[in-house]
Design a protein around this ligand. Sequence first.
Ligand code: ARG
Length: 561
Amino acid sequence: MDYKKLLADTVIIEGIDSEEIMSQIVPSRDKAHGDYSLPCFRLAKAAGKNPAELAKEVVGRIGCYNFLEKAEAAGPFVNFTLNKQSYAKDVLEKVLSAGEYYGNSDIGRGKTVCIDYSSVNIAKPFHIGHLLNTVLGAALYRLHKKAGYNTVGINHLGDWGTQFGKLIVAYKLWGDDKDIEKRGVRSLVDIYVKFHKEAEKNPVLDDEARAWFKKIEDGDEEALSIFNRFKKSTLEEVEKIYKRLNVTFDSYAGESFYNDKMQPVLDLLTQKGLLVDDNGAKIVRLGDDMPPCLLVRSDGATLYATRDLAAAFYRKKTYNFDKCLYVVASQQNLHFRQWFKVLELAGEEWYKDLYHVAHGMVSLEEGSLSTRSGNVVYLDDVLNMAVSKSREIIKEKSEDLPNPDEVAEQIGVGAVIFGVLYNNRIKDMTFSYSRALNFDGETGPYVQYTQARCRSLLEKCSYPDCDPDYSGVAGEEAGEVLKLLDSYPDVILSAVEKYEPCYLSRFLVDLSQAFGKFYLACNIAKSPDAVRKARLMLVKAVRGVLADGLSLLGIQSPEKM
Ligand code: ARG
């Protein structure tokens, strides 16, 4: 139900159409002013009247409507109070009939959005620095789907660069297949670190590394086979984590995929006179406010930015996207500004459709995790720690759970995801296990718990077969819940528009809190049939929206906890 439209239709002002009136109606901030208000300033000006007089006139002309409890003039405002029962009926029927589709929209219909997220590096630890762009990107992916977009999730793997030459040299000298099999990336990281130590003493190693990287570039069989083994072993590990985080991709085309796609881009830039020589290197000058963009080093090697340019052209051609998002830490601001500018200078108008969705850094609270590997914090260690802590909590709280390990996994991982998606993405944050796992705090487990409580209420109370009596959900506490339920589609849209899943996580906490108050204020189980039915409809609607919202963030909803 669009109340602004309904209300606008009750208002008659000579010479002004209802569209214009509707554009002035706003939800009231203060309950004392009803549910919606119409400030009359602008309309009065157009009608050549005094605002307070106009407000009175308007109220005098409003007829009788079922959905409207009252309309009052208060100075230059008309304040509308909706009929609580008919509002409750509207909202609950709307939410329950849409089911899991509630909140879906079609603003993205016919449009394609590419989202580049996670984009981990081969043979490097999947560490906490990749946590936020992974869960943030995956949430944006699902939110865009919900808004009707055709979405393409891309893992732009860091699988190219001279470091792979180093790794091959290290592997040939010290690699231990059994250890790699057992410890995966951690084993590769160890020999890579060793390489750097040794190369300081023995610079010949660096020359060898360059030679091996050249072999990879040239497609040498041995080089590629070793490199592909590193890639496979890294991806196997990374995919286990993606599974835990409910993260998926449509494409794993990483940097190496663009090895043969950079030259045409360099040619184009040369043709346009943009790519110029600079002491043997090739750069594009970007004007006074940015350093030039280096695209080919003097030894002929291409760079991260060269591959990003090639990838952008490829994505435009392959997916013909309307938008392409890059979910990457704000440390890379300059990198993105630079190569976006190169496209602009090259006259590629679609550079305007590229967005760097920048985010801050996540660090762990001091002393909360001792790593086996110095100062790198591996993501699976973080998840395991959160899961084992939640296992302890549920052991105390609900000892008779039939599947405590499964639930601990859902709560622990959910707490981590929710914890890092609770703030505006650009802010740096310190992750704390105890804060994220507080069942009464503004946390994932709190929302999960509210959802489970709704489920158990629905199981325990019989759902009567009579017409609901909406007076059972006409009180103030229920009103707050209904308003929030009503706003869910708008919350999704603003999260999509601003690339801010935190709008959704905050909403889920608000809804859980409002539900908690409603639950305390009325006795659902003992209320008369028709009233209980209306209340259980509300419980059902809340449960559905909480579970849907959690799943958009990548979080599961345990049945019991
Ligand atoms: N692999 C890069 C890193 O870890 C992130 C890549 C982001 N995506 C991109 N198209 N540049 O820093």
